[in-house]
Design a protein around this ligand. Structure first.
Ligand SMILES: Cc1cc2nc3c(=O)[nH]c(=O)nc-3n(C[C@H](O)[C@H](O)[C@H](O)COP(=O)(O)O)c2cc1C
Length: 180
């Protein structure tokens, strides 16, 4: 099973990216979770650019989503909303077929950010019929250093939460494949 992980933060020490990396490490061999690291290369969405030959970065992004059996997204809240880069990436998917019916789950690296989460759930529920809001992993990593993040994610409670999240999401992806 191939899963694409998308972080809504481009920050080098991003807690959301670190959470996705930890999720990837917690996955069994049968579940390959790859982080999409090129969100910052996507141009600002315009329907005028949606041609049969879109910009290379867009083509690569759409192909990555298309090839994935599921998506896991983890994002910070900016100004009580979805960060522009992540919303822009999602906008590139809206009129294509790659995301329709794609299993999607959310993770989140902060105890805050509920306005962004509500908005992102609404957006993902609009673009995919298989966005599953019940599968959700939240760890309180906000403002933590890489060392503190590692310590928090190594706690037995975190390790169990990460494994449980991966298990539930991969089972959901498998059950979705059965429906196709
Ligand atoms: C431009 C900007 C706006 C932010 N707005 C909010 C906000 O509205 N609510 C909130 O809880 N945190 C806000 N934050 C804090 C981030 O959401 C928080 O630091 C998050 O953990 C950063 O995620 P990252 O470590 O993955 O980059 C904001 C941070 C920035 C840089």
């Amino acid at each position: 099973m191939k899963v694409l992980a998308i972080s809504g933060s481009l920050r080098s020490d991003s807690t959301n990216t670190a959470l996705l990396e930890a999720i990837s490490r917690a996955a069994p061999e049968s579940v390959e979770i790859r982080l999409f690291r090129e969100m910052g290369d996507l141009p600002i969405f315009s329907p005028d650019l949606e041609t049969p030959q879109p910009p290379d970065s867009v083509r690569r992004f759409i192909e990555a989503v298309d090839c994935a059996d599921g998506l896991i997204i983890s994002s910070p809240e900016y100004a009580r909303a979805i960060p522009g880069g992540l919303k822009n990436a999602i906008d590139w998917l809206v009129s294509g077929e790659a995301v329709i019916g794609k299993p999607i789950a959310l993770a989140h690296a902060s105890h805050r950010g509920d306005d962004m989460l509500a908005s992102l759930r609404a957006v993902l529920g609009t673009v995919s019929s298989r966005f599953n809001a019940d599968i959700f992993l939240r760890r309180p990593l906000m403002a933590k250093s890489p060392g503190e993040i590692e310590a928090e994610l190594s706690r037995p409670q975190s390790v169990e939460a990460l494994r449980d999240f991966v298990e539930r999401f991969s089972a959901f992806v498998e059950s979705s494949q059965g429906e196709m």
